[in-house]
Design a protein around this ligand. Sequence first.
Ligand code: BG6
Length: 255
Amino acid sequence: EFMNGISEFRVLESQIKDKLQLEYVIIVAGNSDERYSVKEELGKACVQFLNSILTSKQTIAVTGGTSMAEVANQMKPLLHAPNCTFVPARGGLGEQVENQANTICAQMAKKANGNYRMLYVPDPLSEESYQSIINEPTIKDILEMVHDAKVVLHSIGDAFTMANRRKASDNVMEKLRAGNAVGEAFGYYLDEQGKVVYKVRTVGMQIEELKQAQHVIAVAGGKSKAKAIQSYFKQGKSNVLITDEAAAKELLKGD
Ligand code: BG6
């Protein structure tokens, strides 16, 4: 069993687990909005968790963002899981190169002694190119791996933080405002009820497909992400949350 030591946050972890209906919750101390070292701890906890669940030759689909980049930073050779392959869960989504899933997958694979595949798609994508791109043999191959991935690693973002970072158009911003978007994951913008307000058009994993995976692990911390985390799990098919103390306490407010 993972973390047989006694966690400082055992009670908090079980409260979050009940509230969000999860199988497993890991909480690290502090607030990652305020201290970068807290994000490093989230990364370490995630790597440790992966080490406890991964077996050989598995495919791990990974999203982008700074939390995932930190998981990659903390990655170590996966001792029980040789020959794993990291694949990007979705196309670029408008992120800068260092925050893109492609970049993060390559780094994770290098440090884990695993393999990786890239998903080269223009971003954003018109409806026309979308249809032809998903039928390209090399893209099709990778998309199949993504859809079959047994492990999915992702983060969750605050809707407007993400839209600004991705330089969303005025038109998209208007949709997010009108729909009261609070959270974002996998390119889906969600309102407080977890309803999809807007979706970035790019290839790769669809939220409905998460059901096929065995382990869907969300790594998201910081007080500012509490609402986003809550909205995602209304929709969400993830079964593990790795978060920090500040997000967890904020999530329980008003209960
Ligand atoms: C990514 C997700 O993993 O992380 C996004 O694909 C999410 O949907 C983002 O919003 C959050 O980014 P960060 O930098 O806060 O980890």
